[in-house]
Each structure stands twice: as structure tokens, then as C-alpha cells.
Design a protein around this ligand. Sequence first.
Ligand code: ATP
Ligand code: MG
Length: 418
Amino acid sequence: MSDITIALPDDVKEIIQTIESHGYEAFAVGGCIRDSILGRNPDDWDITTSARPEQVKSFFKRTIDTGIQHGTVTVMLHHTGYEVTTYRIDGEYKDGRHPESVEFSGKLVDDLQRRDFTINAMAYNEKQGFVDEFDGLSDMKQGIIRCVGDPKQRFLEDALRMMRAIRFSAQLGFAIEQETYDAMVALAGNIAQVSMERVQVELVKTLLSDNPSYVKRFAESGLFAVNLPCIDNILTGKYARNALTMLKYAPKQSVLRYAALFNMAEPQETKNALKSLKLDNYTIDTVTKLVTYEKDVIAENEPAVREALHKYGIDMLQLMFTHEHARICTQEEILGLSMSAKKLHLERIEQMSKEILQRGDCFTIKELDITGNDLKEYGLQGAQIGKMLNELLHIVIENPKLNEKETLIAMIEHVDID
Ligand code: ATP
Ligand code: MG
């Protein structure tokens, strides 16, 4: 037993003690132990136990059958769910994705052995203390991602683990142990067996990590060569440095990190790559727009900024400002020179847009002080109404003071909509 102590949350202590009171073992395990030792706040606390799922269910008032065939029951305590999983030995993996079967076990070490990396295979409870059968602590101290057992076999079982290795290395700033890395290079092609949804989760976690430039390891190891040739090209092509540098300046928001990755790519190419990643429509649309609008220039005057608010919308324009800021910082770093004029221009139009929004200037048809119905009363019909509203909007965007019903009505007969 080592002298490591981990401050378990009260709920986790309660779950472990309840299981122990029925004569079984239970430990907090995996990511929560890794993160606690690293001084990071664990996202969630997983518990592993010698008790079978049916027994776990009988020990607690509220449970959910999350993945009962795999031994997982969610225990609800104070409105929070905790996954409690029976010690497991994973059966043979035939497709490199899912074990054919799982076998329950009474031994903690069996369960630790099925886990992917040594740093993810540590367990802890207050009774038995810290359990570290595969030297995860030592790897953690050295900053190394290493498979539990033979890396080739582990990657053959589940090819996604190769991406997880890179993702964890980016999140933690760790190196990948040589034998583990060599196995990745040898088996990289097997990633084709993994669904794009799972691939995408690891990719975005890497992009959103403290070391987003580690994304290049997906290309270096060959993991993207077959599956994602477009991203592979970006990460190995002449603009690779640009993309990797920009990732550092883009805030941790998935659309902005994706846009940084694709910022030198063609919009259509970007869209296709995002589609092949099976991303949601919002992300595909927003990132493609960011890459498309990069070339647009917004002049440094209020009508132009109101026009931009009209054309792109408030949220999109804000993202465009942030994206542009990261682009300028990237160019500055790569070219080794200051771009103060570009930065100043960006700051000024950003400031203008803030003031416009604070004042509540009109830049949409909805905000016009006149409606389609008003226009009807003045004899306009059908398509004329929309055209007139548009014309009036552009007049108001030029001069917001004109956004008063009387004034707008007076203008109707002078505006040419044919
Ligand atoms: P995070 O939640 O921050 O992504 P985590 O380590 O908690 O990190 P999860 O995917 O939530 O990762 O998995 C919980 C634990 O289950 C891991 O720590 C690991 O022990 C084990 N695990 C998860 N996925 C795999 C896998 N593909 N192969 C082997 N073990 C895995
Ligand atoms: Mg987790």
C-alpha cells in the first residue's frame, strides 16, 4: 500500500461504503484517480466493484440500467449519477471494436488489466488505499502514456485506443512511450474499423486540449492517412505550421479550433472534411462560414459594421472577430513581425459593433419601425413589400436616425423598387 491519499467526494464514499457493508469490494477507478493525482478536477467518478449488477441494484434506492449487459449500473445519489461497473474481463475482440462477450470477475486486478493505459488503470478506496498494479503512478510522474500489457494486442482489440493515446498525451502534455507508439504506427490502418463518431470525439478532445498542436501526431503516426485524408494533408502540407500555430491562439471552443485547423483550406474542402467527420450541422455550417468569410473585409465605419451585423448575424460576427484575431496573431508569429495596423482595424470595428449593439441601432427588418402590414396599407403588394422593407433597411443601416415610422412612410414613394 502506498502513501497516496485521494479525497473522495462524499457521494463516492457513501457508494463504496454501502457496497462494502454488503460484503463486497468497491473502488474509485480510472480517469478520476488519474486526474485527482494530477491535481485536476475529475469530470466524473467511476466505481468498480466485485458485486454483480443485480446486487448493486439491490443496495441502492435509485439506479438506472445503463449498460447492464456490460456490468454497468448508474447509481443516483443527490441528483448525480455514478457509474458502478462490476469487475470485468473483456472477451475476445473480433472486430477491433467491441468485445464479443464480457466476463465478470471477483478480482480487481482483472478489471485493471482490461483498461487501456497504465495511468487509467489505478484504483483507490479508503479501506485498501491506492492500487497501482501497472505502475501508472511512475508513468504519470514521467509524463508517459503506456498501454497496459502488450500494446499491439491492446490496439488490435480496440483500434480507438490509438487515438485515445494521442488525445491523453495532448490533454496531459505527455509523451507516448516508444513501444506503444511503434505499435500505433504498425497498426494505424486499423483505425478504419472505428466509427467516425468515436474518432471525432477523440479529435475534438485533442483540439480542445491545452496542447492542440499535438493533433499533428494523428498524421505522424499514420492514423489519418486512410480515414481522413483532408486533415492528413493539412497536417503534413505546406500550411501545417500555420494550422498548428493558429490552434494555439484560437479559444477553446470547438468551432473556433476546427476553423483554425481548416483556416488555409478551401471552404468546400472544409465542408467535405467536416461532413466526413459526421459533425453536427451547427459545427459544419459555422466552421465552413468562418473559413469562407475570412476573405471578407469590413470597412472601418459604422454603416459597414451595421451591414456586417445584418449579413452575418451577431453571434457569427463575434466568432469572425475572434477567428480573425487568432489569424493575425498566427501571421505575426510565423512572419516574425508585428501587424499592429491589422490589429487596430479589428479592435476598432469590434468596438463599433459593441457600441451599435449597446445603442440598439437597427440592422434587421424586424427592428425597422415599419412592418409589411403598414406597407400594405400604403398600397404595396406581394414581392414589393419585401423589396421595400429591404431598401428601407439599407437606408436605415446607413442612417439609424431615419428609423421612425413617419420618416419611413414619407420615403416610400421615393424609393425605387422596380
Ligand atoms: P475522460 O472522461 O476525461 O475522457 P477517462 O479516463 O475517464 O477520461 P473514459 O472514456 O471516461 O475516460 O473511460 C473511463 C475509464 O475506462 C478509462 O480511464 C479507462 O480505464 C477505461 N476505458 C475507457 N475506454 C477504454 C478503451 N477503449 N479501452 C480500454 N479501457 C478503456
Ligand atoms: Mg470519464
